[in-house]
Each structure stands twice: as structure tokens, then as C-alpha cells.
Design a protein around this ligand. Structure first.
Ligand code: SF4
Ligand code: SF4
Ligand code: FES
Length: 538
């Protein structure tokens, strides 16, 4: 691999790399605002300026400047190297680049910071970007001085509603055009543009339009300062109180990698953010996925029920075992869920195959929707592939086939995971018993005789296999609410109550049991390719 020198460190690069790309891959941060690894290069913020040594035998490109003599206060002619934007300049073999080690670069970065802050309101204490604002961070690193300009700053629109999800503050905007480029290049809807020039410029929405495509929250997320804020998150939480779990979006079969941000003090989930994975979602998520975090606390079951009565978890497990005890296995349906992790499904499959002796497998989940050719997949379930892999020898039948079997009297009992169903399941009312293990209320819940409260994806770690067959681990964020427990634990408890040896105590026990025949369906197995971020988060 060819190399170049950055601050005297040998850095490998790939042909075509810009300096910032090669540095980024080597884990070195060159300060930047307008550059984003997933967007085209604009090179307009000038924060990434570096000093590049001349090619061998050639003179350095120097600029004539005036410098103030600190002793006399007089301006005297001087020279300094012409700096280049690292985001635009391609690397060449043997190139020598100075970033941190150049006093000219430090001076330029300070000057860029000062320029950007001339008209910027210093409303950091009330700005929702505080704690993750590049202006704050870089001001501390590269300038750290107060304002020298005493004139009235330029005033621009504040709290301007760009659309149903996003608010714009023109005074905080540094016109890096990341949002403009994102709309055009990723969301494929060029609804934003820049108006005016110089310090009067601002971002505007196309006349007669709103910022309302399917990736508006990503448009906000690429803004490096507090100019774009999301109505959903504005004033809800301070980021320094939040912790992040490495989660997988549950919205569709794409399986976008996400951070699930939560406050450990009140065990509340506040937002979804994209987690870089170049194989799956690159740097992005769709609006539906980014808003899906709210399901962690909505329509929850946090107690066990027998009929209409709320009961203890122990009584619920006993009632579930009683409902299944002694029933002809030919009459019992096992409803796996494309909404649940492979571990949860494996637990139910084990109860069915190894202990109850039932091979009547069905699969439930959300109905198919629409894909968009960007990220969104038509399958609105995170683990259809995982269930298919687990049932590779006996593919599960559909929910309509279950209803037919129930109507024909062939199935009289059912154990189901998850409440989502792609069709109207009224026919389930003729079941004698339905045992449901589910975190959420939904179509199947209305017919449950015994309900056990499962933990949500936010409350438990599990494996989800995306449409392309990539097994990814979604990590627990918050603790399960009240009596909710991971579904595999509840299913094992029912099995034990029935007298079966389902003695798994930890997730690793389930994964160990899965490994021999589950193949790629478990993130902990050697066969699985577990997704991981491929570089520094943007
Ligand atoms: S709104 Fe944000 S992303 Fe858009 S140009 Fe302004 S600072 Fe950049
Ligand atoms: S594309 Fe699918 S997995 Fe990705 S964020 Fe959207 S809903 Fe979630
Ligand atoms: S990052 Fe903005 S000019 Fe290079």
C-alpha cells in the first residue's frame, strides 16, 4: 500500500483518497465541518486546512502577507505557505503533510473559528446541540478566545419551521451545506438550498415545499452545529446525561445499525441515531427507524395476565404450563415471530420440537410495506431471515394457514411470540388456549388466555438477521420494566414448569445451545458475521 507522511507519521492510503479520508481511516481526526464521509466534497468551511510540503525539487507555494511586529506594532511584509483543504486534496505517494505540527495551520484553524463565530449567537446554554456541537468543541481546541467584534451581529431567521420534524436557526448556521448535499445526494429530494452570499447567506426550503421526505431526521443529524434541530428531541434531554447502546433498528429487514440513547437515571430511551456500518446502512437511517425508539415505552405489557386478570409472573408461568399440559402435540401451533430475536425464537422452537413434540410452525410479524430504494425494505420486520434460518428443515407456514388450520379444528392450542400479525386474526378466537409471550399489545394479544410480558429489544440483547443474511447483535439499553423478562427466559420458565430440562440461565447458555444447528442465525456463533462500525463516528 502506498504511504504518505502526516505530522511525521507514516500513513497508508488507497488510490484516490483525499488527505482527510486517509487520516480518518488511520484514526486521526483532522478538524472539519463541511466534510462528511458519505457526502460529496464542498470544501467551503476551511477548517481542515493543512500545510503540504512541495514535491521534491520544487519550491513551496508561498503567499505574501503583512505581519504585525509585536515590538513596534508596525505591519511588515512576510511570507507564509499556502494552506490546502485536506478534504479536497488527494494524497500522493511520499507527500509530506503537516496538520497539528504546523504553526500556520494552528493559526488558520483559530482564524476560521473566529470568523465562524463572528455572527454566531453564543446561545450555547439553551442550544440543543450543546455537548455535541463542533463549534463548541473546536473553539476549545483551536481558539479558546472571546469575541473581538463589538458590532451588532448579522441577524437571521430563528426557530424557522422547515417541515413537520425540523426547526432551523439561521443565526447558528455555518452554511457548510451538509444538509443541502444530504437531501440531494442521499434522500434524492433536493428540497434545500443556499440563499444570498457572504454573511447574509442562509438555508432555505424550495418555494411551496416543506422538508418532509423520508430522511428529514438524518438531514438534521448531519448538521454539525445547532442550526437544525428535531422537534422530537428538542428540549427533551441533555446529551451528557445519555448513554448509548449499540442497537439494531427494528423497523425493517435492512437492519440499520443504531445507537439507542437512554438516560440511566430514569431508564428512559430518548432517541435513535445511526451507527456507521458501511455494509448495511453506511452512515444513515430513515425517519421511521429514527422515530422507532419510542416503541421501547409504548403499548407495553409489563405484567402477566390470565384472562383479564393481572397476576404475578410466577402465576402466569404456571397458568401457561397448565394451558399446554397434556395437549395432543398435533393440535398445538407454534407461532414464531419475525419481530423477535433469533434467541427468543430458538427458545420457542426448542420448547416445540424437543419437548412438546409439535412441528406445527407458523410465523407472525408486521405486514409487508414499501421499500424506497435507499434504505427502507418492504419487509417491516427485523428478523424474518433469522426465523427462516432457524427453521431451515421445516419452513414455517403463514398466519393465514394457521387460521385455516384453526377453522378446520386441526389446531386447538397455540403458543405465540410477539403480538404483531400481518392479517386479521379474528379466527384465533376459536382456539381453546392461546399462550402469548409479548412485550407489546397488538393483534394477537386480544385472543390470549395467558399473557407473559416479554422484554423489548431495548431491554434485552439479541441477534437479528437482516434480509441479506447478516447476523447482528442488538445490545440491551435499559432494564426490563416491572415483570417483563427476555422472551427466551419466560419460555424456558414455562418449559421447566412443564418438567422439561430448559435450564438456561444466561443468554450465553441459549447461544451455546443454538450454535450447532443455528449456523449464522446467532451473533455469538463463529459462523456469524457480526456487524461492527468501520471507522470513527461522524
Ligand atoms: S443548517 Fe447545519 S448542515 Fe445545513 S448548512 Fe447550516 S450548519 Fe450546515
Ligand atoms: S431502513 Fe429499516 S432498519 Fe433502517 S432505519 Fe429505516 S426502518 Fe430502520
Ligand atoms: S472540511 Fe470544510 S473545507 Fe475541508
Amino acid at each position: 500500500m502506498p504511504t504518505f507522511k502526516l505530522d511525521d507519521r507514516e500513513i497508508p492510503f488507497e488510490p484516490g483518497d483525499t488527505i482527510i479520508q486517509a487520516a480518518h481511516r488511520a484514526g486521526i481526526d483532522i478538524p472539519h465541518y463541511c466534510w462528511h464521509p458519505g457526502l460529496s466534497v464542498a470544501a467551503n468551511c476551511r477548517m481542515c486546512l493543512v500545510e503540504i510540503g512541495p514535491p521534491p525539487g520544487r519550491p513551496a507555494m508561498m503567499l505574501d502577507i503583512l505581519k504585525q511586529d509585536p515590538k513596534t506594532g508596525e505591519y511588515i511584509p512576510a511570507k507564509k505557505p499556502k494552506l490546502q483543504p485536506a478534504c479536497q486534496q488527494r494524497v500522493a505517494e511520499g507527500m509530506e503533510v503537516k496538520s497539528e505540527s504546523s504553526e500556520h495551520v494552528s493559526e488558520a484553524r483559530g482564524a476560521v473559528q473566529e470568523l465562524l463565530l463572528l455572527n454566531h449567537p453564543v446561545d450555547c446554554p439553551i442550544c440543543d446541540q450543546a455537548g455535541e456541537c463542533r463549534l463548541q468543541d473546536y473553539w476549545l481546541q483551536h481558539q479558546g478566545k472571546g469575541k473581538r467584534m463589538h458590532d451588532e451581529p448579522v441577524h437571521k431567521p430563528k426557530a424557522q419551521v422547515f417541515g413537520p420534524t425540523i426547526v432551523y436557526d439561521g443565526e447558528r448556521c455555518i452554511v457548510c451545506t451538509r444538509c443541502v448535499r444530504f437531501c440531494e445526494e442521499v434522500a434524492k429530494d433536493p428540497v434545500l438550498d443556499v440563499r444570498e452570499r457572504g454573511n447574509l447567506n442562509e438555508i432555505v426550503v424550495s418555494p411551496g415545499r416543506q422538508l418532509d421526505h423520508g430522511y428529514t431526521l438524518m438531514t438534521e443529524y448531519v448538521c454539525p452545529v445547532g442550526a437544525l434541530t428535531a422537534t422530537d428531541f428538542r428540549f427533551k434531554a441533555r446529551v451528557w446525561f445519555l448513554r448509548s447502546a449499540r442497537s439494531v433498528c427494528q423497523g425493517c429487514a435492512t437492519g440499520c445499525n443504531a445507537f439507542l440513547d437512554y438516560d440511566p437515571r430514569n431508564e428512559t430511551v430518548y432517541r435513535h441515531r445511526p451507527r456507521e456500518n458501511l455494509k448495511v446502512n453506511k452512515y444513515w437511517m430513515c425517519d421511521e427507524g429514527m422515530l422507532d425508539y419510542a416503541r421501547a415505552h409504548e403499548d407495553r405489557f409489563i405484567n402477566a395476565y390470565v384472562g383479564e386478570d393481572e397476576v404475578s409472573l410466577e402465576a402466569g408461568v404456571k397458568a401457561a404450563a397448565k394451558a399446554l399440559k397434556g395437549v395432543d402435540p398435533e393440535r398445538v401451533a407454534i407461532v414464531l415471530s419475525a419481530q423477535h430475536s433469533s434467541e427468543d425464537n430458538f427458545a420457542l422452537l426448542t420448547l416445540a420440537r424437543d419437548f412438546l413434540g409439535s412441528g406445527n410452525l407458523f410465523i407472525s410479524g408486521n405486514a409487508e410495506g414499501e421499500g424506497d430504494g435507499v434504505l427502507k425494505h418492504a419487509d417491516k420486520n427485523p428478523n424474518t431471515k433469522g426465523v427462516e434460518q432457524l427453521c431451515s428443515t421445516t419452513p414455517p407456514a403463514s398466519m393465514s394457514e394457521l387460521l385455516e388450520a384453526v377453522a378446520a379444528g386441526k389446531i386447538t392450542h397455540a403458543v405465540a411470540l410477539g403480538s404483531a400479525a400481518p392479517i386479521d386474526v379474528e379466527g384465533l378466537s376459536s382456539l381453546k388456549k392461546l399462550v402469548l409471550v409479548s412485550p407489546f399489545d397488538g393483534a394477537l394479544a386480544g385472543y390470549a388466555d395467558v399473557l407473559l410480558p416479554a422484554a423489548t429489544w431495548a431491554e434485552s440483547t439479541g441477534t437479528f438477521v437482516n434480509f441479506a443474511g447478516l447476523a447482528q447483535e442488538s445490545e440491551r439499553a435499559v432494564r426490563p420494566e416491572q415483570d417483563a423478562r427476555p422472551a427466551w427466559k419466560l419460555i424456558a420458565a414455562v418449559g421447566r414448569e412443564l418438567g422439561y430440562a430448559m435450564d438456561w440461565q444466561r443468554l450465553s447458555d441459549v447461544r451455546l445451545a443454538m450454535a450447532p444447528d443455528a449456523g449464522a442465525a446467532v451473533a455469538g456463533s463463529a459462523a456469524a458475521e457480526v456487524s461492527a462500525p468501520t471507522g470513527a463516528a461522524e
